[in-house]
Design a protein around this ligand. Structure first.
Ligand code: NAP
Length: 258
């Protein structure tokens, strides 16, 4: 049997109580990584056992929960510090994010700041804090969650597109800054993934409009959190040791088809 892909590694994943982050935590743990779940609360949005309890139930890996609001730099420091209990951080996934529909002309300053603070500022400082620690330890992998909305514009999600475009560019810049220290930094651009974000916050999946939308996705199915987790596993692992400053699109072919 081959070695688990993340044997002996430790991953900090923001927003890992729910959705894509929860799936990444479970997938990474199956491949041998200990996990720090860094989220504002430990209850999964979809229900069920908190991620940090599920991981040791399902796998041989350990897990810890750190209450972390990614808009507070000091909370991110606490999350990265918590990885020391497991030997120090090797993988940072800046996954926490919010999505909403809006009328561009009515977006308030507070609404803009809230979304940018979580999606951009949280990712920026997550990369800064984890990257510095990894560089001191000889290297690591940073994975930032962008979106297909970070590749092209959408009229109902201007703030979100702005934030995810920023995540894409900050990924390239951080890769350039930290690459010489052995830290790889990459972005994942999911399409429509079936989580509370797309069934509740901005209901697309499960609606009539969504059914029509599905016909434009070459793979003819909604993405699942495990699809995103498998892409993240690749980027976290040594399989991607020469992949740096890259955008990995996980959308069933949606953004490259008409
Ligand atoms: P989700 O199911 O809503 O999960 C997001 C998690 O992040 C939740 O546990 C949420 O906590 C937490 N969170 C929210 N604000 C936070 C903060 N300030 N600090 C720490 N944690 C916070 O969303 P998801 O679909 O898994 O999305 C995860 C990432 O993938 C996001 O960056 C999103 O933009 C990106 N993405 C998703 C899709 C998609 O179709 N789902 C597509 C493209 C990109 P609460 O439970 O308290 O809200």
């Amino acid at each position: 049997m081959s070695e688990p892909l993340l044997d002996g590694k430790t991953a900090v994943i923001t927003g890992a109580s729910s959705g894509n982050g929860r799936s990444m935590a479970r997938t990474f743990a199956e491949e041998g990584a200990d996990i720090v779940v860094a989220d504002i609360r430990d209850e999964p949005r979809e229900g069920g056992t908190p991620t940090h309890e599920l991981v040791p139930d399902e796998t041989d890996a350990d897990a810890a929960f750190v209450e972390c609001d990614v808009t507070n730099r000091s909370d991110l420091v606490d999350a990265v510090d918590a990885a020391e209990e497991f030997g120090g951080i090797d993988v940072m996934v800046n996954n926490a994010g919010i999505f909403r529909s809006e009328d561009f002309t009515e977006v308030s300053e507070d609404e803009f700041d809230q979304l940018m603070d979580i999606n951009v500022k949280g990712t920026f400082f997550g990369a800064q804090i984890a990257g510095e620690r990894m560089a001191a330890n000889g290297g690591g992998s940073i994975i930032n969650l962008s979106s297909v909305a970070g590749l092209s514009g959408s009229p109902d999600h201007v703030t979100y597109c702005t934030s995810k475009g920023a995540v894409r560019l900050l990924t390239y810049a951080v890769a350039a800054a930290l690459g010489p220290d052995g830290v790889r930094t990459n972005a994942i651009h999911p399409g429509l993934i079936e989580t509370a974000m797309t069934t509740e916050d901005v209901p697309i999946i499960g609606t009539d409009a969504g059914d029509q939308y599905l016909q434009g996705i070459p793979s003819r199915r909604w993405g699942q959190p495990d699809d995103v987790a498998d892409a993240a596993l690749f980027l976290a692992s040594d399989l991607a040791s020469y992949v740096n400053g890259e955008s990995l699109v996980v959308d069933g072919g949606m953004s490259n088809s008409q």
